[in-house]
Design a protein around this ligand. Structure first.
Ligand code: ZN
Length: 509
């Protein structure tokens, strides 16, 4: 019966997809395709607070090895038959992951010509690396997991939201690699925000998502919707163990009311309703501002329809990419990206009036104080051609900084970290609660705070088991694989803090 239901749903969505393919072909669809289609989730296996109820759609067979951004699913080693498979099967999970990977890579690839993966020419993907409610990006590739919650097995690689989030980490690492090792809470949080923005914008490349979200919100994109609710099923699974860690109906919601704080002043952990310094938690400030900007951009269009939504999704991505490329890596990184984006919007999209919409989002969420946001629109931004030309000579690493760590029982007096210490291109910062800007921490304070936060959360691998004074354990950590995000490596006679992986799982701890 499940198969019959899924076939009926598939036929209906296939008819819808065919109409849209004629209207506007995406890069995936323009490419020479093998005949046939596969079944995939539209954005997640779940809908809202329920562990199931996602929408099945049919899509052209994705070709992962093609440019831009070639991808290879390394596990499972061979692809199942490229045809519509019913949800609940390994074959369905393979093709829904492949479809999301190809769609996300096509979307970002169009904006990043000539850029290749940081990991090499092809991005390896493991769809089932072990048992965990989790997903990783490391500089070997993407890794997804499975785990059981309340009797239901959840595969993180089955959710297009999660797949496009992880892909976002790899995309951001391809054109801003110095962020990976940065000893800064705000930079780490931005990586998470980019993952969520990747999920949102990649979802909007599907005609059925654009039509669905406009119908669900009555055309007011800033309302909570299937689009803004990210990773509903993983959120459900985590909620079974730690109910306060996530939103009531998803993992994170891009429609939120969170306001910027200096992350040094935030607790290491907090319930999902509050901000903490944990990167996924703090990322929601930037994502919330971005999503509000996106909604405002749609509202500035005449038609406010599905075609307009596609256009603003592509325009905001172009603005975002230029904003990130030109942004200085400093402890207040959110404000550097935001201010640069406002300059891009004002100079390159003045006819569309996007600047007011974006500025409103950033000011309302405190990513920029009102006066600095206004001034940013008048700041000169390197043109795209200049930015591209500058790429080969851009430093790929950050300045190194010595940090005293004698008090932590590591058996060494100091370490070296990659500090968010690039020269500031724009004099901006996040908003204070009252007036103007919050005080900006120095790069040394931001680095120390980042390091102690890692220790508190048990995310630093302590090399010598004989030095237990430094170790903080996590009782909930997976036992089948490592989940620390950083380690101290001996390089050239000194101990250097290096990121091992970006861990996108259990957001509370
Ligand atoms: Zn992530």
């Amino acid at each position: 019966m499940a198969t019959k239901r899924s076939k009926r749903a598939s036929k209906a969505s296939a008819a819808r997809s065919k109409r849209k393919v004629r209207a506007r072909a995406t890069p995936t669809e323009r490419r020479a395709q093998p005949k046939g289609v596969i079944n995939a989730w539209e954005d997640d296996p779940s809908a809202g607070a329920q562990p199931s109820g996602g929408q099945v759609i049919q899509r052209p067979v994705p070709i992962l090895r093609d440019a831009p951004f070639p991808i290879r699913i390394a596990h499972p080693a061979s692809a199942p038959d490229a045809k519509p498979h019913p949800p609940g099967t390994a074959e369905f999970r393979y093709w829904t992951a492949a479809e999301a990977l190809r769609r996300g890579a096509d979307f970002w690839g169009a904006l990043l010509p000539g850029i290749s993966w940081e990991v090499g020419s092809i991005l390896p993907v493991d769809l089932d690396f072990g048992t965990d409610l989790n997903a990783f990006y490391d500089r070997e590739g993407l890794k997804f997991f499975h785990a059981t919650a309340a009797g239901r097995t959840v595969f993180s690689g089955e959710s297009p939201d999660i797949v496009c989030h992880e892909l976002g980490h790899a995309i951001l690492d391809s054109f801003k690699p110095q962020l990976f090792d940065a000893a800064s809470i705000e930079v780490a949080a931005f990586h998470e925000s980019f993952g969520d923005m990747s999920a949102l914008l990649s979802a909007l490349q599907l005609p059925s998502v654009r039509e669905g979200v406009l119908a669900e919100t009555g055309g007011v994109l800033g309302r909570s919707s299937r689009l803004s609710r990210l990773a509903e099923q993983l959120g459900w699974a985590i909620r079974q163990s730690v109910p306060s860690a996530v939103e009531p109906d998803c993992l994170r919601n891009a429609v939120n009311t969170l306001f910027y704080r200096d992350p040094d002043t935030l607790p290491t952990m907090a319930p999902g309703t509050s901000l903490s310094s944990e990167p996924h938690s703090f990322s929601r400030v930037f994502t919330g501002a971005f999503f509000e900007g996106l909604a405002g951009m749609l509202a500035t269009t005449d038609a406010k329809d599905e075609a307009a939504l596609l256009q603003v999704s592509q325009d905001i991505a172009a603005i975002l990419i230029q904003g990130i490329r030109a942004a200085s890596v400093v402890p207040t990184f959110f404000s550097q990206v935001a201010a640069t984006m406002l300059g891009v919007a004002a100079s390159q999209f003045s006819a569309q009036g996007y600047e007011v919409a974006l500025r409103s989002g950033f000011v309302r969420h405190g990513v920029l104080p009102p006066a600095m946001a206004l001034a940013a629109t008048r700041a000169r931004v390197p043109r795209r051609t200049e930015a591209v030309a500058a790429t080969p000579t851009e430093p790929k690493t950050l300045p190194m900084l010595h940090l005293s760590v004698a008090e932590y029982g590591l058996g060494i007096p100091s370490i070296v970290v990659y500090a968010a210490a690039e020269p500031k291109r724009l004099e901006v910062a996040g908003a204070a609660l009252a007036v103007g800007a919050a005080p900006s921490p120095g790069e040394d304070q931001a680095a120390k705070s980042f390091f102690e936060d890692l220790l508190r959360r048990g995310r630093l691998k302590v090399a010598k088991p004989g030095k237990p004074g430094a170790e903080i354990m996590r009782s909930s950590a997976a036992s089948t694989h490592e989940t620390h995000t950083h380690e101290l490596r001996r390089e050239g006679g000194q101990m250097v803090l290096r990121r091992v992986r970006i861990d996108c799982g259990h957001a509370c701890c």
